[in-house]
Design a protein around this ligand. Structure first.
Ligand SMILES: Nc1ncnc2c1ncn2[C@@H]1O[C@H](COP(=O)(O)OP(=O)(O)OP(=O)(O)O)[C@@H](O)[C@H]1O
Ligand SMILES: [Mg+2]
Length: 300
């Protein structure tokens, strides 16, 4: 996979190759063999986040910028986000503040257990009992032609989520079954034609254009399974695409392909990645924050 916007991904790969070639176990993996450790969550859980054809049981995010919103405003604003589930003795997120603008890739890195995935869960709407404000721009306000945005507020329907281990959540047997799942089961009659309209550009962005759509998901490498998981989300045209540890367990060519994909994705959806891996991802990130132990986020 390549494309016009892959230059910084390739440069980042070159910069990091010398640092990691002799030290990283990724270097010994065959191309596109991501392995289960780096796989991303697929359709099923993401559909809980409000995919086409489903009804989300979760409360919406706090606010949206509404009709007056436009490209240039933050697509995601987080203010004073503190989160302590009943099962935790201390807050897992501690006064988190950050903004993400359209057309940008944000990277949050930090040590294991610092709260990165917890933050993603809150942003995706899976955890709702938090203090502070999470403000999401509706997809419609980005002018990307999305029909998800309803009214003036952004909701979890405007968020795409790709967690780890997609093969655990795939619901189809083939690529096409996976991509079309929510659309096929939609009660909206326009859904099928809308799906067809969106499919070709999404396949292009995710590097799946040349892949037979009747290919079984189990026959795909970890890297290609991630592409399918991302494509499922992009079909929904989210305002923000959230990815948890997208490079874990991947070899360098697969990471480069992923970075190219994300650079294309950001043209229509802002991207927020949480990861241990700063080698490659910092090369394509427009904004970088560090999550410190205790759920404290600082801009770097
Ligand atoms: N529901 C919960 N109740 C209590 N503690 C929790 C809960 N969920 C997560 N934790 C704890 O919160 C901390 C942050 O977890 P989280 O999974 O967000 O970290 P992370 O930064 O994503 O780590 P990793 O890099 O290993 O994925 C951990 O110590 C975890 O054990
Ligand atoms: Mg995590």
């Amino acid at each position: 996979m390549g494309g016009p916007s892959c230059r910084s991904a390739r440069n980042a790969l070159r910069r990091s190759a010398s640092r990691t070639a002799t030290t990283s176990p990724r270097g010994s993996l065959p191309p596109e063999r991501g392995g289960s450790g780096g796989a991303l969550m697929g359709a099923a859980m993401a559909r809980k986040a409000g995919a086409v054809g489903s009804s989300s049981p979760r409360r919406g995010l706090a606010l949206g910028s509404g009709r007056g919103a436009c490209v240039g405003a933050s697509v995601l604003e987080v203010r004073g986000l503190t989160y302590r589930p009943a099962s935790a003795e201390k807050p897992l997120l501690n006064g988190v503040n950050f903004d993400l603008s359209p057309g940008r890739i944000g990277l949050i890195y930090g040590p294991s257990g610092s709260g990165k995935s917890t933050l993603l869960n809150v942003l995706a709407g899976f955890s709702t009992s938090y203090d502070g404000e999470v403000t999401l721009l509706p997809s419609k306000a980005l002018g990307n032609g999305n029909g998800n945005g309803r009214g003036k507020t952004g909701t979890p329907r405007d968020v795409g989520v790709v967690f780890q281990f997609p093969e655990r959540y795939f619901v189809g047997n083939t690529i096409m079954e996976e991509l079309s799942f929510g659309w096929r089961h939609s009660s909206r009659v326009e859904a099928r034609s809308e799906f067809v309209k969106r499919l070709v550009p999404v396949l292009k962005v995710t590097g799946l254009s040349d892949m037979p759509l009747d290919r079984k998901l189990t026959q795909l490498s970890g890297g290609y399974q991630r592409r399918v998981a991302i494509a499922v989300q992009l079909l929904r045209k989210p305002s923000v695409l959230l990815l948890d540890e997208p490079t874990a367990g991947m070899d360098m060519p697969s990471i480069e392909a992923l970075c190219c994909t994300l650079e294309s994705v950001k043209e229509t959806s802002a991207v927020l990645v949480v990861s241990h891996d700063t080698d490659m991802l910092q090369g394509i990130a427009d904004d970088v924050w560090e999550m410190k132990t205790g759920g404290i986020l600082t801009r770097t």
